[in-house]
Design a protein around this ligand. Sequence first.
Ligand SMILES: Nc1ncnc2c1ncn2[C@@H]1O[C@H](COP(=O)(O)OP(=O)(O)O)[C@@H](O)[C@H]1O
Ligand SMILES: [Mg+2]
Length: 368
Amino acid sequence: MPREDREAAAGAVAVAIRKVGKRFGSVAALDDVSLDIRRGEFFSLLGPSGCGKTTLLRSIGGFEAPTEGDILIEGRSVLHLAPYERPTNMIFQHLALFPHLGVRDNVGFGLRMKGADRAETARRVQEVLRLVRLEEYGDRRVDQLSGGQRQRVAMARALVNDPAVLLLDEPLGALDLQLRLQMQEELRRLQRQLGATFVFVTHDQGEAMAMSDRIAVMNAGRLQQVGTPAEIYERPANRFVATFVGHANLVEARLTGRRQDGFAEAVSADGLAFLGQAPPHAGARDAVLAVLRHEKLRVHPSDTVQAGVAASVVERTYMGSSLRFTCRAQGGAILTADTPNDMPGRDIAEGAAVLLDWSPADVVFLTE
Ligand SMILES: Nc1ncnc2c1ncn2[C@@H]1O[C@H](COP(=O)(O)OP(=O)(O)O)[C@@H](O)[C@H]1O
Ligand SMILES: [Mg+2]
């Protein structure tokens, strides 16, 4: 599809996953997964190793056949199509380049297999090499390139036939941190420039946050939550998402009532009282899990503020850009606060008496 048409159609569904299941013997790699990936979206599949990310990606690309459900691309079921017949291209975890061939031959390989003529192949290859900033390297053998450059060759090869949907399986996993951050930016730039749909697999929540329009969090073959990075981070749907993404205090508590302003009240076994946001169906005396992000908990030396939960600092950890205070509240609850390293109170010492506070808007009560 020409780029202009793609942009006009942005927001429509590019890939629809419908109740997809995949079994390998007794292992359910995918269990009843349904989700829509929109056109022009940078969409990430996020979850721990073994949760089914690769299996889902390979199912979209045609390298794996689901045992249940359907997969539609641009509104049509693709289950009967071979990988090369689908409007997708895949970048594998281990790149799968031909090390002894030159960059140009690696990138042009697919086009030549499809019978494109020599001149057209050369033109198109040069175009994508420019896109990934490798136009000077066409004649270089792949085994003479750096890790980042090989990454770009794999990108160029996947983009050369202008796929509507690009599938990327942890493509940055093997790179060291600096290069990985740089390639994250490049991938994002490329995706915006092309307006193509990217489906990106990663187990790294920071990477998914930084790159994605939306994220699907998976665990043990099941979808846990789909949303924007902010939705996932600030309104986690369950305990798994709350712990896998970011750092949070998790406190078992029981709802005691609801206030006029909409906030629910809860009390933990060790006597901590919380206000927070509870789902509408939650009722008094329901067991809940109070989720409070580390950076939303504030620590004050106890002589500097009037109110708060009395606690003492058990441990102070220097983390560079932030400080981590592990505190024991009266009653025994352990709460952790991450504080930017330029805040007043940064020199609070271990053993100090402190007051803790937080905003009810930052507390989420989960009912499962
Ligand atoms: N070809 C296969 N044969 C048997 N089991 C497999 C195969 N591929 C994946 N699995 C299993 O399916 C589950 C999901 O694997 P995978 O999709 O590779 O997870 P991820 O990419 O999230 O690490 C794992 O338990 C894995 O061992
Ligand atoms: Mg994988």
